[in-house]
Design a protein. Structure first.
Length: 274
């Protein structure tokens, strides 16, 4: 029972935290399921180290929205729903997503970790038109703020709510299960539940006043990065969708984008699940 709980916890936690460890990329590079595209010679070769059932999908979505070609190097989780240790050969922390950028002339590579930083790097180096970064300096600063906000302010209370929900579902014998549930409810009541509401109220207001988007009434990288945690929070009932109509409508708009469909199709082609 304990092992079953551990696997379930890893499965759900990976969606919230996006952490993992992977399958040997060199093996996948020799297989036909790695998707190769025609790259303009002016751009480096871009590879996304993509862990199945993780938040790495957002990086594909960003690149597709910017019409940037890339390779997908897929990784599958192990029996405990953790990514295998071989992903640590790419980055010591063994996390996903990872973005590999290779210079076509020199062959020099750099590995980028952390979703927010990857988004920041892609915008700085590949979004020269400002289509997702906004040409207005003030608006561009707002977008940068949200790239940090997602992990720094929004994710922590959602993660706490997730952990507390798993504690309440754990196969703990009575009467310990009763006390565990009471303690979990108290922590949620005193901190995380109220903080989730605070964050959702803030985001609801921002989307409402910005004409259906987070910044400046138009699509930006912030919208793409923010979609996952808000969607999963509704799915796991950490927040009530009926109380946040602007967020609900925004999520529908985001999922209707061509880039969402195209990136999802590419991910599914290498066996990805969502």
């Amino acid at each position: 029972m304990k092992q079953g709980f551990s696997i379930a916890a890893c499965r759900a936690a990976s969606f919230i935290t996006g952490t993992a460890s992977g399958i040997a990329p060199t093996e996948y590079l020799r297989q036909s399921d790695v998707k190769h595209h025609n790259f303009p010679m002016s751009l480096p070769i871009i590879r996304v180290h993509f862990l199945n059932e993780s938040r790495a999908f957002r990086v594909l979505w960003l690149l597709d929205q910017l019409k940037i070609d890339y390779e997908i190097i897929p990784y599958k989780r192990n029996d405990e729903f953790r990514a295998p240790e071989d992903l640590k050969k790419i980055h010591p922390l063994g996390r996903s997503p990872l973005l590999e950028v290779e210079d076509r002339q020199t062959g020099k590579k750099k590995i980028l970790a952390e979703s927010g930083y990857i988004f920041q790097y892609v915008l700085q180096h590949f979004d020269k038109s400002g289509s997702l970064n906004n040409q207005d300096p003030d608006k561009a600063e707002e977008i940068q703020y949200y790239l940090h906000y997602v992990e720094g302010s929004l994710q922590p209370p959602l993660m706490i709510e997730f952990v507390l929900s798993m504690v309440k579902k754990a196969p703990i014998p009575f009467p310990f299960s009763y006390f565990a549930g009471k303690v979990s409810d108290k922590i949620s009541e005193k901190y995380s539940k109220g903080e989730v509401k605070n964050q959702f109220d803030f985001i609801e207001g921002e989307i409402s006043k910005n004409e259906g988007y987070l910044v400046g009434g138009q699509l930006s990288a912030a919208d793409i990065l923010m979609t996952f945690p808000l969607d999963i929070a509704f799915t796991r009932k950490f927040a009530d969708p009926k109380k946040y109509p602007s967020i609900q409508k925004w999520l529908t708009t985001m999922k209707a984008l061509d880039s969402y469909a195209s990136s999802k199709k590419k991910a599914e082609a290498v066996g990805a699940k969502f």
